[in-house]
Design a protein around this ligand. Structure first.
Ligand code: C2E
Ligand code: MG
Ligand code: MG
Ligand code: MG
Length: 283
């Protein structure tokens, strides 16, 4: 009897696993179709100088506009897109779309607005990545110095030699490199030793707990100091409350992002923001 029951459990479990696999495959098919249908859209979140409140750059953030009109957040599809390899053509589209837009905004406003684009490890490790960035810059006319590529700390875990080589070549083009979600990885400091970067982005989990936790405050101050000592830009992410902004400024953090200082917005929103020129700045 026990054996029968056990077998039953295995079956239920297997059926559950099967359903998950099918769901994942269906999602990957939908994503492939979405890319063909041009159903991905970009939003842009301002990066501001905490000193002057002026916009220095925008970070491109991808969304999937599903058939029913719902905007699906990246957390729900970037993973599957990475697993299926679709992240390579999707990432290529994101880069091209964002570079074209920002190149136009820079030309029409005369403002030195930077662009940050997130890239996945899988993308960086794919064949011809550096060359494809070079091509997009040439096509769009965006200055390499205006582009920052954001990578997660984990990028150096899987294939450290190739990843570091690619990213170093990318920097050789003049493109800036940022470490996203800094402080959350297993080896934040050793990554900085392996790879020259231009910016570090403090993870929102630090900003959230600035008030309540002395250790978090100490660590945040240390990251900011580290950035200053290394000559690296420090961007605090996830600023939602005026007290967080105040604390970060006091600690000498130069740049920030968050719902308080600017929500992700569509391209028309950015045009209204920088076209009004009141808010943006020439660096
Ligand atoms: P990330 O690069 O760290 O981007 C910041 C995320 O925090 C964005 O979520 C943004 O909307 C959100 N955020 C900004 N300010 C606040 C705030 O004040 N409070 C809170 N609670 N959240 C804030 P989003 O757009 O859902 O993106 C999530 C992640 O998905 C990104 O994290 C990035 O890792 C990934 N992602 C987004 N776009 C792309 C892309 O084009 N390519 C790749 N490979 N990954 C992307
Ligand atoms: Mg990012
Ligand atoms: Mg990230
Ligand atoms: Mg982040």
């Amino acid at each position: 009897l026990a054996k029968e029951q056990g077998g039953g459990h295995v079956e239920v479990y297997a059926a559950h696993m099967h359903a998950q696999v099918v769901e994942r495959l269906e999602l990957q098919t939908e994503l492939r179709q979405a890319l063909a249908d041009r159903a991905f859209v970009l939003e842009y979140q301002p990066v501001v100088s905490l000193e002057t409140s002026q916009v220095t750059a925008v970070e491109a953030l991808v969304r999937w506009r599903r058939g029913d009109g719902v905007l699906v957040p990246p957390e729900e599809f970037i993973g599957p897109a990475e697993d299926s390899g679709l992240i390579v053509p999707l990432g290529q589209w994101i880069l091209r779309e964002a570079c074209q837009k920002v190149a136009v905004w820079r030309a029409t406003t005369g403002l030195d607005i930077g662009l940050s684009v997130n890239v996945s490890a899988r993308q960086v490790l794919s064949q011809g990545f550096v060359q494809s960035v070079e091509e997009v810059l040439a096509e769009s006319g965006l200055a390499a110095e205006a582009l920052t590529v954001e990578v997660d700390e984990e990028i150096l875990l899987e294939n450290p030699v190739v990843a570091a080589e690619r990213l170093t070549r990318l920097r050789g083009l003049g493109v800036r490199l940022a470490v996203d979600d800094f402080g959350m990885g297993h080896a934040s400091l050793s990554h900085l030793r392996r790879l020259r970067v231009d910016a570090i982005k403090i993870d929102p989990s630090f900003v959230r707990e600035l008030d309540s936790d002395d250790t978090v405050t100490l660590l945040t101050r240390t990251i900011i100091r580290l950035g200053q000592d290394l000559g690296v830009q420090v961007v605090a992410e996830g600023i939602e409350h005026p007290w967080q902004l105040r604390r970060l400024k006091e600690m000498g953090c130069a740049y920030g992002q968050g719902f308080l200082v600017g929500r992700p917005m569509d391209a028309a929103g950015v045009e209204a923001l920088v076209g009004g020129e009141a808010n943006a700045t020439v660096r």
